[in-house]
Design a protein around this ligand. Sequence first.
Ligand SMILES: Nc1nc2c(ncn2[C@@H]2O[C@H](COP(=O)(O)OP(=O)(O)OP(=O)(O)O)[C@@H](O)[C@H]2O)c(=O)[nH]1
Ligand SMILES: [Mg+2]
Length: 420
Amino acid sequence: MGQSISAARPQKAILVALVLRSASRSSTIEHLDELERLAATAGAECVGRVMQDRPSPDPATWIGKGKAEEIKALAVEREADLVIFDDDLTAAQARNLEKIIEKQVIDRSGLILDIFVRHARSREARTQVELAQLNYMLPRLTRAWTHLERQAGGIGTRGVGETQLEIDRRLIRNRIAKLKLELQHIEKTRVTQRRGRRDASTVALVGYTNAGKSTLFNRLAGGTAYAANQLFATLDAKLQKASFDAPRETVMIDTVGFIRKLPHHLVASFRSTMEEAASADLVLHVIDASHAAFEEQRTIGNEVLGDLGVEPARVIEVYNKSDLPLGVEDGDLPLSAIRVSALTGEGLERLIEAICERQFAGGRLVRLDIPSSEGKLLARLHEVARIHRQTPHDGGVDLIAWIPEEQAHVFKAFEVVEAG
Ligand SMILES: Nc1nc2c(ncn2[C@@H]2O[C@H](COP(=O)(O)OP(=O)(O)OP(=O)(O)O)[C@@H](O)[C@H]2O)c(=O)[nH]1
Ligand SMILES: [Mg+2]
């Protein structure tokens, strides 16, 4: 598992959404647009859309038996291979729908999991995704098995090798336990690595998928993160030294994106990676201001950040894609909003300034006179501080340096209090 097997040809999909009384049609259309992009990322072409108005979901078939029969006819007419539901179905609902429609039925979570299987690269991401996938499959086992026999390698079953067809629940549970242990081990290694760079200031890029985090990361860290016009291009947190001049040594962190209704198994699996990013000194919440639904995306971002315990004071909102028109007609951003284009570089100086200001606020500029006998202290200073000027003299060195607040006490004894 964990390795993706591409389907031989793009699969054809029909997308289905329920419009509940409380929801608006236009927001449902936006959600279906997003589902279509998710499907495309997973290699499926959309050949039809179905929306059904209902006061509440049908317990047995979600959309109702009559509608399911309509979908069956449409699937035959459009030669669809599968039907994708925008909402999460119970195992029983999916089974009932497959009986009626006679095509493979998957839901939003299954589709997102499939994309994660395709895009996971590092050992950590692959382990996290496999864990989420097994947890997702467990209650659906009976259904999945008949599918695997029929069409192994299709969307929703990708990554499940044929040799595993006979694996029963018990074996899957054992595998889940093993993966959890493995993840704990990987996390421990990561924490040790992090300790090694505790003196650097960290800046994490977070936000909705496709907002431009990796593109901005490449701008600010001179990096080569994979950026692409697809959802969930990034699954691995990436760390790199900032390429701009800052008061402190700065490490930039690129992260996996958010999406509405991210499957909870994935959230659970990726939680520790996300928590690490969320514990950064500064969090840049990247928002694609050219997207028609950017306000909903910003809200979802804020919810996730709140869940992860990020205080708003630690967040700077960055409105990206300023080279494109604002996604909402006659919409307006607050004057104070930082607008950038990661693509053209526009607005980046202001963003960098804002990052530096935050860092400056967390420390102070001092003049120090350190005697030659304090070699260790001088070395420490070079590690944690930004040296603006240093003048050696007979007994030692005279410096002007910016020191982070939490380190100030270490050098207190050598501060030069200037007269006047
Ligand atoms: N026009 C325009 N396009 C941009 C800008 N920034 C990023 N993009 C494009 O938006 C798409 C997504 O960019 P990424 O940097 O991969 O976005 P991401 O937030 O890392 O996305 P995921 O990793 O998939 O969550 C790519 O096609 C980028 O070229 C921008 O400022 N302007
Ligand atoms: Mg990315």
